[in-house]
Ligand binder design. Structure first.
Ligand code: GDP
Ligand code: MG
Length: 438
């Protein structure tokens, strides 16, 4: 009912809300939908929600907190944890040259990312060399050389041999002679994990003893990327992950799942084809991004600004002191109307039940009529609604262009709300027995 909604509005604004377990479950259902839509692994989603629920139930016992905000905070913190908690950069050895080996399926973005990384590290003042250890497609070496030219980084290649271990060793020797600080080895990927490829990568690993083995995954491939990451990690012991193509409509869930499953930190994300389109990966920012996808954060923020807290507090204070009149009624109705178009977000707020959701369809046209009726009254009538006898009602109906039955209904609603407010404001802050839990 309408009055129920007002009750909960005020209860919330007074900060007397507590979360019940059922409320949390309802709020988390939305979070669950968001995660699955973002392509997060099902099992991970379940574990995640269990943890959030555990934490939220703890919060439920606290009083005087804003439950909706608390819930969002918990979800955000848990998401961040699941993404790796904090940023992890490259771990390079102190004795140069450090070696970074790029691995991943064909087309995942290894060569491009090798170039992006080289560019970034060069910009940080390191002397970098790229090594072309993908010898199966002739174009692969050309591609890396083109990249090297674009960013002004030397590329070691040897077109006379197919022995990638030899090429990598030669590349590192060259780097030592050139006093390079860092060598990035680009390798060949296949369309899927196969034994020959893994065997070759293992030999390469033994030969060059990389400081970092970066698994490069196409962020668009979603759940599949998780399985592939596991395959590479089991065979090679990956030290970090780069997610590419995160500029498209990649949904980020793949990222969440990769860390959740392999516990290998995501170090960078690729956000475009150009060589400057590489970003450090920050778990907290990605958590925000995933939440934004379901607009969970935005919705809660909107809800909070729609409840104009200042105005509501002023209103409550006045009502507590002088009782409620039709001016207050109008203010309260307007507050609720602001929530009307946001029934999606109401679902997210703990304590919002199904009957309240039905009420959230506050027709804006109806709000206009309410306003017209109240504004057609004299100020005396608004502050003392008991003056509204039959002839005054007829006058107001005429003035507002609404049928007199509607004027009657509004006055009826007002009386109900007035009764409810009286109850709520009695007994100082206790809120009365009917105040719903938040
Ligand atoms: P490799 O086979 O693993 O070496 O993959 P490549 O580096 O050749 O990249 C394959 C394709 O993906 C190329 O067309 C790249 O331009 C593209 N690519 C790589 N990284 C990104 C990225 O972060 N965003 C976008 N949009 N495209 C990318
Ligand atoms: Mg390549």
């Amino acid at each position: 009912e309408l009055t129920e909604k007002l009750e909960s509005t005020f209860a919330r604004l007074r900060g007397k809300g507590t979360l019940t377990e059922a409320d949390i479950k309802e709020g988390l259902r939305e979070v669950r939908r968001v995660l699955l839509e973002a392509d997060v692994n099902f099992q991970l989603t379940r574990e995640f929600l269990e943890r959030v629920e555990g934490a939220a139930v703890g919060v439920a016992q606290l009083r005087g907190v804003n439950p909706a905000q608390q819930l969002v905070k918990i979800v955000y913190d848990e998401l961040t944890k699941m993404l790796g908690e904090r940023r992890e950069g490259l771990k390079l050895s102190t004795i140069p040259p450090s070696v970074v080996m790029m691995v991943g399926l064909q087309g995942s973005g290894k060569t491009t990312t090798a170039g992006k990384l080289a560019r970034k590290l060069k910009a940080e003042g390191r002397q970098v060399r790229l090594v072309a250890a993908d010898v199966y497609r002739p174009a692969a070496i050309d591609q890396l050389e083109t990249v090297g030219q674009q960013i002004g980084v030397p590329v070691y290649a040897n077109r006379t041999t197919n022995d990638v271990v030899r090429i990598a060793r030669e590349g590192i020797e060259e780097a030592k002679r050139g006093r390079d600080r860092l060598v990035i080895v680009d390798t060949a990927g296949r369309l899927q994990i196969d034994a020959d490829m893994m065997a070759e990568l293992k030999r390469l690993k033994e030969a060059v003893r990389p400081d970092e083995i970066l698994f490069v995954a196409d962020g668009m491939t979603g759940q599949e990327a998780v399985r592939i990451a596991q395959g590479f990690d089991e065979a090679l012991g990956v030290t970090g992950v780069v997610l590419t193509k995160m500029d498209g409509d990649a949904r980020g869930g793949a990222a969440l799942s990769i860390y959740g499953v392999t516990k290998k930190p995501i170090k960078f994300i690729g956000v475009g084809e150009k060589l400057d389109a590489l970003e450090d990966f920050h778990p907290d920012r990605m958590a925000g991004r995933i939440l934004q996808q379901g607009d969970v954060l935005t919705l809660v923020e909107k809800a909070q600004s729609a409840f104009d807290e200042e105005e509501a507090k002023r209103l409550e204070k006045k009502v507590r002191k002088d009782g409620m009149d039709l001016n207050d009624f109008l203010v309260a109705m307007k507050q609720m109307q602001k929530l009307g178009p946001m029934k999606d977000l109401l679902k997210l707020l703990p304590g919002v039940n199904a009957s309240m959701l039905k009420q959230a369809n506050l027709d804006p046209k109806r709000m206009k009529h309410v306003e017209a009726i109240v504004l057609s009254m004299t100020n005396a009538e608004r502050t003392r609604p008991e003056l509204m006898n039959g002839s005054r009602r007829l006058r107001v109906a005429k003035g507002s262009g609404r049928p007199v039955q509607e004027v009657n209904r509004l006055l009826e609603q007002f009386r109900e709300m007035q009764k409810m407010m009286k109850k709520m404001t009695q007994g100082g802050g206790g809120g009365g027995g009917r105040m719903p839990q938040l």
